[in-house]
Write a new protein. Structure first.
Length: 157
């Protein structure tokens, strides 16, 4: 048998494989919640970000959504088209910047997002609550370091 290309003796010694497994479990948990609202995880990230922007007075520009969610522009644009088709958001040219598009809730979207946020935040507490307060703080800090340290290596399209 040829020499193994794997660095690790056990698959779970690979931090990337552990992240993969954790991501799959997390996505399954989110899907359970979001299916009841008729939206996807990508759509939720957009809607929750819009609500976040509103509460903090941040601009609801499409480019700001891409930066905030770390979605590439094509994925964001496709998801926004689906959200528009579902009657949850509308896009209009920005009053402040003629090159920018603003994304706004419709009445239907405004009613849906608080319910979805409560569902996701409950799932979040259940899923990550298994760590305990100190371990959760460590997880959040380490995750933030990885995101910040790798953000430059991922190109925004």
């Amino acid at each position: 048998m040829p020499e193994s290309p794997f660095r690790h003796a056990k698959a779970d010694d690979s931090p990337g494989f552990l992240l993969w497994k954790l991501t799959i479990l997390w996505q399954q948990k989110l899907a359970e919640v979001l299916d009841t609202h008729g939206i996807t995880q990508t759509q939720y990230a957009i809607l929750a970000s819009l609500r976040w922007f509103e509460e903090r007075g941040e601009p609801p520009h499409q480019a700001h959504l891409a930066q905030h969610t770390r979605m590439d522009k094509m994925t964001l644009s496709k998801a926004l088209r689906r959200l528009e088709a579902q009657g949850l958001v509308r896009r209009t040219p920005s009053k402040d910047d003629s090159r920018a598009m603003e994304v706004m809730f419709t009445a239907k979207g405004r009613r849906l997002i608080p319910q979805a946020v409560v569902g996701i935040e409950t799932a979040d507490a259940e899923f990550f609550g298994r760590l305990g307060v100190a371990d959760l703080a460590t997880y959040q800090a380490l995750t933030a370091v990885l995101i910040a340290g790798n953000s430059g290596s991922v190109m925004q399209k």
